[in-house]
Design a protein around this ligand. Sequence first.
Ligand SMILES: Cc1ncc(COP(=O)(O)O)c(C=O)c1O
Length: 394
Amino acid sequence: MFNVGSKLAKRVTRIEESPIRKMMMAGSKVPGAISLAQGIPDSRTPQYIRDGIIEMLKEDSKIGKYTLGPGLPELRKLVADSISKKGGFPVDPDKNVCITAGAIEALAITISSIVEEGDEVILFDPGYPPYIPLIKFAGGKPVLVPLQADNAWKIDLDKLRSAVTPKTKVLIVCNPSNPTGMVMGKEELTAIAELAEKHGFFVIADLTYEFLVYDEGTIPSLLEFPSISDRLIICYSFSKEFSMTGWRAGYLFGPEKVVEQALKVHDDFLLCAPTPSQYAALIALTKKPGPDPDGLHAELVEKRNLTCERLDRLSDLFSYTKPKGAYYVLARYKKPNIGSQEFAMRLLNEAKVIVVPGIGCGSQGEGHVRFSYGASKEKLNEAFDRIEEWTKTL
Ligand SMILES: Cc1ncc(COP(=O)(O)O)c(C=O)c1O
């Protein structure tokens, strides 16, 4: 008998299944369940992008072919110019930029290019779930710095400093944060930049939600710290800013030597990011008809407010910190004896609402569930109506 299980690669079998995927799979078996689990904006990809691609599909013979491995030169140039403008230093589109299949590919090829067996990678807990498996896959050790649950999920800078060791290879910053909605300010970013400079490690900035900050207008960027421009890596996603989750487009910016290695991995796994999606990203950046096409941003502001109002009505069950960015609320439930996995499963089976158990985002997430408010306002209201009804049965 051929024992398939014993012959699989341990570097993959030791990785746990994504808590988001697990909930989505469980949810798909519950008819009529509403998902507030995955971070998918309900709105369609804006009209100008769809129209632009339709035209290209009709007219352009290049759209169905591979591009150069690092991506369309004109898209890389746009990315390079925008980073150079923000950072005030030269960026070479041929050496510092690679167009990827979403931010997740940018993270994956970067982490596999810089993290080795035994390297430590500092992360904040709770954090975006896929960081940990990507680090483990590369043989690295995730070092989790707990965020302050009782202080708006702020970073405890002393804890951050004491997490640094000679083995620290990289620190991952997600600003604004998925899952907490926290935004790092100047003080935190200064501390991070100082540590990276002093101890000689990379900083990966996951800027998937940089476009979505609610009350503070814009947030400071790690690009403003020239002392770390030689070790700063940016992973960006077109998914959320342009409601393009299914297209799979993003980019990696980093030092030439990192991008050179990451490109090898990108080439071996993917050859190039999907060409129609690269053109869609190009259209997204170059043909934008106004500051908020199709009102995506305005709608997310409304949905944040709606979600908070609905959670306020459930204050006997939930407490939470109002998100300052991104589109998630990590709410604490006042049922101390139930683990978040069980709580999420009960919400699914009894209220037909899919959420992510906080434990999936790290041990500090235990006792919480993550609500994504990418869903439509109707779905959000229906989901919270169901939760309100459900609370009466508790
Ligand atoms: C923080 C964060 N980083 C990266 C990603 C992946 O984005 P993409 O769709 O561009 O791969 C997500 C998706 O939800 C995310 O929330």
